[in-house]
Design a protein around this ligand. Structure first.
Ligand SMILES: *Cc1c(COP(=O)(O)O)cnc(C)c1O
Length: 376
């Protein structure tokens, strides 16, 4: 069994992907080919955001946003404690101070209460000035934007939506990648919409920021590539990746999002009386980057993971370590007591096989193994 079956996906759309790749190779327009602009246009339309700027990966997308806002030393950026490393790494990359925030026990997304507490604490300490909230749409589920927006307005902070895992999710009719002043995503192969290598994108309604980010991604270019008006970076999306994404995006919106939501509903129906299953609040729609259950403690979680492995069922622990305990950020400034929920989640979560080509047989086998292990 595959955790995320990229081979099944390729088999389902081989003709269109191969045709897209061949076209780029025939044209030899490997960098900044027309497919990149086509993709940007389609994704902007889909998310309902005015500008989409494709770039080299989801980490650069976050970094480009912070660079465009000129976030740097002396600035505090709030980041959920339960996320992938990049969400906090980019804050340190620009010399700012990451303030980690505990998450909600049900949705695993940044807790609005803890966020406000950390903002107040940061203001009282006075060492760094609050500037940005990085919200992460973890495992495909959008964060609680209604409440985060109120807090952002109250303290005059910007929202940077990290939708690396959230592309395709929505709240009512509003799409992920439209909730931040700047929003970003990743096209890493295992993300909801993945390419065949690294890729990412930045979204914003702001014309000035869009122009700035487009310049920053190509060496701070001015009117031409050899007219450099600011210090930027090299962070373009390859034309080959744009061609793969154009082919995949069709299936993503037509069938794949429905398929993962049906698979998630099936797991939930079968598992809800056995383990803690994911919570999707009313009006929210997830793109199911992960389907993550909770066990009662580390012993049960690790035991189940091994039991599944013995039965050829792959599972993953996202995430084994809270951000505030990552050695890279260590300087003793975080107090472990501020992160009770994240600490508990890292001990108890387990992500199950989840992708649009998951069969009911595979799901039945996974469910049967979980029940067998927990009945022992
Ligand atoms: C994957 C991921 C990123 C980084 O994306 P890359 O394309 O791998 O650089 C950032 N944030 C989150 C939450 C992610 O899951």
């Amino acid at each position: 069994m595959q955790f995320r079956d990229l081979k099944a996906q390729y088999a389902a759309m081989k003709d269109s992907i191969d045709a897209g790749i061949s076209e780029v190779i025939n044209d030899c327009n490997f960098i900044s080919g027309r497919q990149v602009a086509q993709l940007e246009e389609k994704l902007a339309e889909y998310t309902g955001v005015k500008h989409c700027i494709a770039c080299a990966n989801g980490t650069d997308a976050l970094l480009l946003a912070l660079m465009a806002w000129e976030i740097g030393p002396g600035d505090a950026v709030f980041v959920p404690d339960f996320t992938f490393f990049s969400s906090g790494e980019v804050v340190s990359n620009v010399g700012a101070y990451p303030v980690f925030v505990d998450v909600d026990e049900d949705t695993f997304n940044i807790s609005p209460e803890c966020l406000e507490q950390m903002i107040v604490k940061t203001l009282e300490e006075g060492k760094a000035a609050p500037k940005v909230i990085v919200t992460v749409d973890l495992f495909g589920l959008p964060a609680d934007y209604a409440r985060i927006k109120e807090i952002a307005e109250k303290y005059h902070l910007k929202i940077l939506e990290d939708a690396a895992q959230g592309f395709g999710g929505r709240i009512k009719t509003r799409m992920a990648c439209s909730f931040g002043h700047i929003s970003t995503t990743s096209f890493f192969p295992a993300k909801p919409l993945g390419c065949y290598g690294d890729g990412g994108a930045v979204f914003t309604d702001d014309d000035r920021l869009a122009e700035l980010i487009a310049s920053l991604r190509i060496h701070g270019k001015g009117k031409s590539k050899y007219d450099n008006i600011r210090i930027g970076m090299n962070s373009r999306l390859d034309t080959l990746q744009a061609a793969v994404l154009l082919a995949k995006f069709d299936a993503f919106r037509r069938t794949e999002l429905d398929a993962v939501n049906e698979a998630a509903a099936y797991y939930t129906a079968k598992l809800k009386d056995t383990v803690a299953v994911p919570v999707v609040p009313d009006g929210f729609y997830s793109s199911w980057a992960q389907y993550t259950i909770r066990l009662i403690n580390r012993e049960k979680r690790d035991g189940l993971k091994n039991f599944l492995k013995e039965h050829d069922v792959p599972s993953m622990v996202y995430y084994v370590k809270p951000m505030h305990r990552q050695e890279a950020f260590f300087s003793g400034q975080y107090s472990d007591g501020d992160y009770k929920v994240t600490n508990a989640l890292c001990e108890s979560v387990l992500s199950l096989p989840m992708h649009p080509y998951l069969t009911r047989e595979a799901q039945n086998k996974t469910v049967a193994c979980i029940k067998e292990y927990l009945d022992q």
